[in-house]
Design a protein around this ligand. Structure first.
Ligand code: 13P
Length: 250
């Protein structure tokens, strides 16, 4: 049985005071969360606040990106050890915003996955197609290419040490969610593509859905057989909405 994992990706949002309020709200409602693992991925600059407020709670935390380098002259970057220094357990790699706005390639993302995993962080590997790619029928080819880059670098077994987040780019921040059937179809195809290389990894690896998941649509999406959680942007910034998603898995 794969335990659902709900992760908030705050992106570049929040302030010290808004984050404090958000985390107080989340912690207060966590008693109702029975069957999901809950994570928040914060801007690096707030990691100290987040770790202080969440330590001892049942909410884990992580970064939104990391450097492939261990240390040195890499202005503006955050290393795996820096995330670990604040007890982060997770880190998002290859978010579509990193791929499209900051030119991250499949190879660089695979390197980040490897660096995170080797350091003892759980990488959340984001994959997903653009609208144009979906309309031209290459959705699964794009997802397979992005996953294969990781398999080539780290081996298929490494996938089970991370989490995959399927985030169709056309659904991110648009209010347009993939239907449960559309998402399930792609999740099943991703799992099948992994199963062709290693059936037990395919069975174990959790595949989250991301893209306009909210309090209203989470239950239906999370009820699908191959959807093992969510990576939540906008709706993770309000405690009430985020908690509604965290309590949605049956
Ligand atoms: P939204 O939930 O705001 O669509 O963002 C999804 C996302 O990109 C999470 O990583």
């Amino acid at each position: 049985m794969r335990k659902p994992i709900i992760a908030g990706n705050w992106k570049m949002n929040g302030s010290r005071s808004s984050i404090k309020e958000l985390l107080e709200g989340i912690k207060a409602g966590m008693g109702d969360v029975k069957s999901a693992e809950v994570v928040v991925c914060a801007p690096a600059i707030y990691m100290a606040d987040v770790s202080e407020q969440l330590s001892g709670s049942n909410v884990a935390w992580g970064g939104q990106n990391l450097s492939t380098e261990a240390k040195g002259a890499f202005t503006g970057e955050t290393s795996a050890d820096m995330l670990l220094d604040f007890k982060s357990e997770y880190v998002i790699v290859g978010h579509s915003e990193r791929r499209t706005l900051y030119g991250e390639t499949d190879e660089l993302v695979a390197e980040k996955f490897e660096v995170a995993r080797k350091a003892g962080l759980t990488p959340i590997l984001c994959i997903g197609e653009s609208l144009e790619e979906r309309e031209s029928g290459v959705t699964i080819d794009v997802c397979a290419r992005q996953i294969n880059a990781v398999i080539e670098k780290s081996g298929v077994k490494a996938l089970a040490e991370g989490v995959i987040a399927y985030e169709p780019i056309w659904a991110i921040g648009t209010g347009v969610t993939a239907t449960p059937e559309q998402a399930q179809e792609t999740h099943a195809a991703i799992r099948k593509m992994i199963a062709e290389k290693d059936a037990s990894v395919a069975e174990q690896v959790r595949i989250q859905y991301g893209g306009s998941m909210n309090a209203g649509n989470a239950k239906e999406l999370l009820a699908m057989e191959d959807i093992d959680g969510g990576l939540i942007g906008g709706a993770s910034l309000k405690a009430e909405d985020f908690l509604a998603i965290c309590t949605a898995p049956a």
